[in-house]
Design a protein around this ligand. Structure first.
Ligand code: 5GP
Length: 287
């Protein structure tokens, strides 16, 4: 007989972070840099642990150059040619991870099999249709809380992948225990993204699509194979210019979160996190 798990599972939109006593005088005092030594490879990482998703629209070399200036990295998409890679990859080291999973037992299995960093998220992505096409998924906040607990028990690390739609969601992902947060849609539409700027109804837009969308599969695999369905959508997003302002907006929001909960370092954020369940996150009067 199928089992029904009736435990409460939450998404980013279901919670807010409870403000706490803080002795920080300015957001500039907050240190967002983290240093990790990975369990299996023993490699060390230092940086601001936000990653641009390996989607061919946003995970570009151009994006990586700007992100690197802010000590963040980009998971480069896999569709560049070897020649393009050779040109780019002299001074840009790679990092390996496994995923995607959403349960503690799978995280443990992957870490014990040799993975250092586990990517967490099935179905939360902005252009993902997996939950519609397959009925499979897991609310992302709960997935991160549960997977982080399992990973950290084994001295492993996790990436919260997908489902962040604003800087507050990024903060919630870190608060839930994510070591890294991967973002696709929040970086879409910029100069550093692949694709042309188009004009639609007098507005400038860029194309953004899931890596399992018809668009991506036509582009990279000559179409959707007969045995599978596309699990991604294609959208037009407003053109947003240079990604620099978006980066500063995300980092500014994150520093502000840390001051509200009294975390002088990003490292302290999850320890200072108490989530409050809410039915509404913000006023809808002018939306
Ligand atoms: P976002 O930050 O846009 O909410 O989510 C980005 C994540 O969505 C990516 O890192 C990747 O895990 C996931 N994703 C990207 N394209 C697709 C797709 O076509 N189908 C599915 N199921 N997930 C996708």
């Amino acid at each position: 007989m199928p089992r029904v798990d009736a435990d409460l599972k939450l998404d980013f939109k279901d919670v807010l972070l409870r403000p706490k006593r803080s002795s920080l005088k300015s957001r500039s005092e907050v240190d967002l840099t983290r240093t990790f030594t990975f369990r299996n490879s023993k490699q060390t990482y230092t940086g601001i642990p936000i990653i641009v998703a390996n989607m061919d629209t946003v995970g570009t070399f151009e994006m990586a150059v700007v992100m690197a200036k802010h000590a963040m990295f980009t998971a480069i998409h896999k569709h560049y040619s070897l020649e393009e890679w050779k040109l780019f990859a002299a001074n840009h080291p790679e990092c390996l991870e496994a995923g995607n999973v959403v349960t503690g037992e799978m995280v443990e299995e992957l870490i014990l099999s040799g993975a250092d960093i586990i990517k967490v998220g099935i179905g939360p992505g902005s252009v993902c249709t997996t939950r519609i096409k397959t009925g499979v998924g897991y609310p992302q906040l709960s997935a991160v809380i549960e997977c982080a607990d399992s990973a950290h028990g084994l001295k492993g690390h996790i990436i919260s992948d997908g489902g962040c739609s604003c800087p507050g969601d990024v903060a919630k992902a870190f608060g839930a225990g994510a070591d890294f947060v991967m973002l696709g849609g929040m970086f879409a539409g910029h100069d550093q993204c692949a694709g042309e700027i188009m004009e639609k109804n007098g507005k400038k837009v860029k194309l953004f699509y899931g890596m399992s969308s018809d668009t991506a599969m036509k582009k990279h695999a000559g179409g959707v194979a007969e045995y599978r369905a596309s699990e991604g959508r294609t959208v037009e997003v407003p053109y947003r210019g240079d990604v620099e302002l978006t980066i500063l907006d995300i980092l500014g929001g994150l520093r502000s979160t840390c001051t509200y909960v009294g975390a002088a370092k990003l490292k302290e954020l999850s320890r200072r996190t108490t989530f409050i369940r809410v039915t509404q996150q913000h006023s809808q009067v002018f939306s």
